[in-house]
Design a protein around this ligand. Structure first.
Ligand code: NAD
Ligand code: UD1
Length: 337
């Protein structure tokens, strides 16, 4: 029996392949490589010593999905495949709705045909919209403030409706906070195309000399030092969260959302300082205006994942910085090196 991992060649997917294999699961990956390289999967195999069966296909392609379900005994699916850049989603909303929504609908249709009714979905803390209270708890009101966020919210609703209609399903909606870090081996990590939008990849590209300095987006937020506060979570902790969610889904029926975060907030300048301390590399910065739409603080209450899934994050900010740096230093141009 195998677990199908859509988007498994990507940043979180490749780390999840490792943790799934380490936990004894066989994995099959479908990825169209739009935002990744198959080298990540070769490196997964090198790290675990176990094969990853890979299909270079688009999840919207139902015939390709049927072939995979025919050729493998799939017992559950982890669904990472999707587009994830907020700014791009504002410029190209239809591309986001087409990819993220249609691929999910195709996937659950084919899963239904093959009577596979266990799915773990990559949602995001973005589904809380503009929250007025921290930490975020699963039962709080939801909303979306951009097309990317709306795709996540719609998909949560689609999967919830699916469970309502057919209680044989088990759906885990995993709401990630801010994943950073990399596998300890330094062999796999985040490999953004072009100039990174997100803070940690930006810092690490300054460190490696590809970018000149960090632009801190605003220092007048209502936070500890005026810069934005987020709940950074080590990608390996996040990957282990998927193993726990699969363990749970295989034994249960239901539809539940889980926050996967550490519960700790770290500001932009605190993360920059931690990176300098962990690596010994100076990160020059300037203070720029706020980025539109950025909230002051976002952090999780992750008690439900602990109680129901038996999962808690164990890595701290220092390890997130050290591990990001090991990957970036060894692979300044990502998988192109
Ligand atoms: P990623 O871009 O590295 O991985 C996504 C993978 O999906 C890529 O390998 C891409 O090639 C593939 N893909 C996209 N559309 C596809 C399609 N139609 N068919 C087949 N493959 C397709 O991104 P990631 O950071 O690993 O994120 C994985 C998931 O987690 C995404 O759904 C993302 O929205 C969600 N998420 C990410 C973050 C984050 O900060 N990285 C936060 C919250 C949620
Ligand atoms: C962003 C997305 C969010 C998505 C998440 C994970 C936006 C508005 N939000 O969240 O929907 O789920 O990524 O992919 O894009 N910062 C700087 N300088 C930079 C980059 C960021 O100061 O060059 C600051 C930001 O203002 C923020 C913090 O760093 O305070 C974290 O930013 P980022 O890494 O982009 O993550 P989020 O904004 O939390």
């Amino acid at each position: 029996m195998s677990i199908l991992i859509t988007g498994g060649a990507g940043f979180i997917g490749s780390h999840t392949c490792i943790e799934m294999q380490n936990a004894g699961y066989d994995v099959v990956v479908i990825d169209n490589l739009d935002n990744s390289s198959s080298k990540s999967l070769e490196r997964v195999e090198k790290i675990t010593g176990k094969p990853v069966k890979f299909y270079k296909e688009d999840v919207r392609n139902k015939e390709a999905l049927r072939k995979i379900f025919k050729e493998n005994e799939i017992e559950a699916v982890i669904h990472f495949a999707g587009l994830k850049a907020v700014g791009e989603s504002v410029r190209e909303p239809i591309m986001y709705y087409d990819n993220n929504l249609i691929n999910t609908i195709s996937l659950v249709e084919v899963m239904t045909e093959f009577n596979v009714k266990k799915i773990v979905f990559s949602s995001s803390a973005t589904v809380y919209g503009v929250a007025t209270q921290m930490p975020l708890v699963e039962g709080m009101p939801l909303g979306a403030i951009n097309p990317y966020g709306r795709t996540k919210l719609f998909i949560e609703n689609i999967l919830t409706d699916l469970f309502t209609a057919d209680n044989d399903w088990c759906v885990a909606l995993l709401r990630y906070f801010n994943p950073i870090g990399a596998h300890k081996s330094g062999l796999i990590g985040e490999d953004p195309k072009g100039i990174p939008n997100n803070l940690m990849p930006y810092i690490s590209q300054v460190a490696v000399g590809k970018l000149e300095k960090l632009h801190v987006f605003g220092n007048d937020y209502k936070t500890v030092d005026g810069t934005g506060v987020r709940d950074y979570i080590h990608v390996v902790d996040l990957a282990v969260g998927h193993v726990k969610a699969i363990d749970w889904a295989l034994k249960n029926k239901g539809c539940e959302a889980f926050n996967l975060g550490t519960g700790n907030g770290t500001s932009v300048l605190q993360l920059r300082d931690a990176f300098v301390k962990a690596t010994g590399v100076e990160i020059p910065y300037v203070i720029d205006p706020r980025r539109p739409g950025d909230p002051d603080e976002v952090y999780a209450n992750a008690d439900k994942a602990k109680t129901v899934l038996g999962w808690t994050a164990k890595y701290g900010i220092d390890e997130m910085c050290e591990d990001t740096w090991r990957w970036q230093k060894n692979n300044p141009n990502g998988y192109e090196d």
